[in-house]
Every structure is written in C-alpha cells, then in structure tokens.
Design a protein around this ligand. Structure first.
Ligand code: PLP
Length: 280
C-alpha cells in the first residue's frame, strides 16, 4: 500500500509513519480510537464519532490532541490526499509518550495518528448473502462503553469466529448476548427489533444510534432488552451494526439457520434505508 497517513501533525507516506516505543498506547493500551466511514469521498455521521471520542477521552481523563476543527481538517486531508472514495478513516489518540510508569505522567501531550483503509461499504457482497456468527464468553473489562484500543478479547473472539467459519462472534455474559467483537447485536421477532440497552457492558455504536433514529422515522419498533443465544436461534431475523458494515444480515448463529438462511425483509429494508441516508 502507498497511503498517506497522519502522525502528530504531519501527513506522511505510510512507511515514514512511526511512533515511539514509549507511547503509552503501545505500552499500556492507554488510548482510544474512532472509525469513521467514507462514502463518495464524504465523511458519514462524523459528528457522532467525535462526540463519542470526546466522551471516551473524558472518561479516561485524557487530553484532546488538537482542536475539533483541526481534527476535522485532518480527516478531510486524509480523504483528499489519498483520493479516498469509499472506506474508513481510523484515528487513534493515546495519552502520549513518557518513561514507563502506570500513573499518568505529568505534562505529556496526547498522540494522534490516523490512516485510511479502502473498503467496499455500500456494495459489500456479504450483505447479499448474510454472515455467520458464533457465540463466545465475554471476557472483556467492565468499561466497554469507552472505545479503548485494549482489544485483545475482541481479537481472540474474532479469531475464534474465523476458525469456525464465521465472520463475527457474539459475546455472552451471564447467559445474555452483550454485543459482537466489533459490532452491536440485534434480533428481529414479529417485526420488532430487539437489542441490549446501553450501559457500561457495551459500546454505544454510532450506527446503532443512527439506526434508532431511522427506525423511528420509518415506524419500525425497537425493544431494548437482553436476549439469550437460544432466543436468537429462534429469531425471525438477526443482524449486526457497525460503522464499516452498517446493517449486516446474519443468517446463521452457532450453526442454527436464521430466517431460512437468507437475509430477511426487515433487515434488508433497514440496510436500504441506512444506505440511502448515508449517501445523502
Ligand atoms: N461494539 C463494539 C465492541 C465495537 O468495537 C463497535 C465498533 O467498532 C461497535 C459496537 C459498533 O460501533 P459503531 O457503530 O460506532 O461502529
């Protein structure tokens, strides 16, 4: 790849994009991130991602690395310099560089890095067939509402899914589904969408938030409650949501076929509505 990336104020060819071995993101996973989708060269739902970044930083008492207008300019700069039409911008803020110590070092400046990834978001072939999911125990910490770069549990969950021929793992805690390793989780029963309410146990997805607004506008009912894997096996439809997958139909959970193994009408409609909105 020959991308232009961003490192602490500079746009650079990716081979020159380097950070210190003393960066606390590297040593402690002391950092947060955001992933913003790009369609037709435009940032999608950017403000929601920045609002969540602000919250993550505040929860970890981490300083902003730059001003909000500068952050927007950085995103637009990466899109322009890479001529990015469709894909994502990944950005990461860490507490900064200091000699290794657990408590917060005084007077350090947050680090900011970002890079683009080209992806086919609108015409994702998985959306036509639907994807498979397996369940796995949720072994994460209890501040999942913070979009932290401490992602080892999701890495293990996703790897387990891939080894079992699935593309996502739904994590289960106290017998109930929390969310996917990198997505929120939903089932559909009798035309009602069921998903876990927000708390410290899941990430407040920006796509979830947009979906709630669109569902309301289109008279689709969403019930926020916990559900078990067994209830999911018997659902009419199921799906996941994330900034890079939008609304993605699920056709199999732990080997149980959902909706006859085909994306169902409620999820197909939701994806269509979502894509229409994202391309405005
Ligand atoms: N839940 C987890 C654990 C995630 O990592 C993500 C996205 O990365 C989501 C949910 C979905 O959030 P969003 O819709 O903002 O991408």
């Amino acid at each position: 790849m020959n991308r232009i990336v961003y490192v602490n104020g500079e746009f650079l060819p990716e081979a020159q994009g380097k950070v210190s071995i003393f960066d606390r993101g590297f040593l402690f996973a002391d950092g947060v991130y955001e992933v913003t989708p790009i369609i037709n060269g435009k940032l999608v739902d950017y403000d929601a991602h920045i609002e969540r970044l602000d919250r993550s930083l505040n929860e970890l008492k981490m300083a902003w690395p730059c001003t909000k207008p500068e952050l927007r300019k950085m995103h637009e700069g990466l899109v322009a310099r890479n001529k990015l039409k469709e894909g994502i911008i990944y950005m990461q803020v860490t507490r900064g560089v200091a000699d290794r110590m657990f408590n917060f070092p005084k007077d350090i400046k947050s680090s900011l890095v970002a890079f683009p990834q080209v992806m086919s978001l609108v015409d994702n072939p998985n959306a036509r067939t639907g994807v498979k999911v397996v369940t796995t125990p949720d072994i994460r910490w209890l501040r999942r509402d913070i979009k932290s770069v401490m992602l080892l549990a999701p890495v293990l969950g996703k790897q387990e899914a891939y080894e079992k021929g699935a593309s996502e793992a739904w994590m289960v805690e106290e017998g109930k589904v929390t969310e996917g390793t990198s997505s929120n989780a939903y089932i559909v029963k009798n035309n009602t969408i069921i998903t876990r309410p927000l708390s410290n146990r899941i990430l407040a997805g920006c796509t979830r938030r947009a979906l709630f607004r669109l569902a309301k506008e289109h008279g689709v009912i969403i019930e926020e409650r916990l559900f078990t894997p067994e209830e999911a096996y018997g659902a009419d439809e199921a799906f996941l949501s994330s900034a890079s997958q939008f609304v993605m139909p699920i056709v199999e959970i732990d080997g149980h076929r959902i909706g006859g193994g085909q994306p169902g009408p409620v999820v197909r409609k939701l994806r269509e509505i979502f894509l229409e909105e994202a391309q405005k």
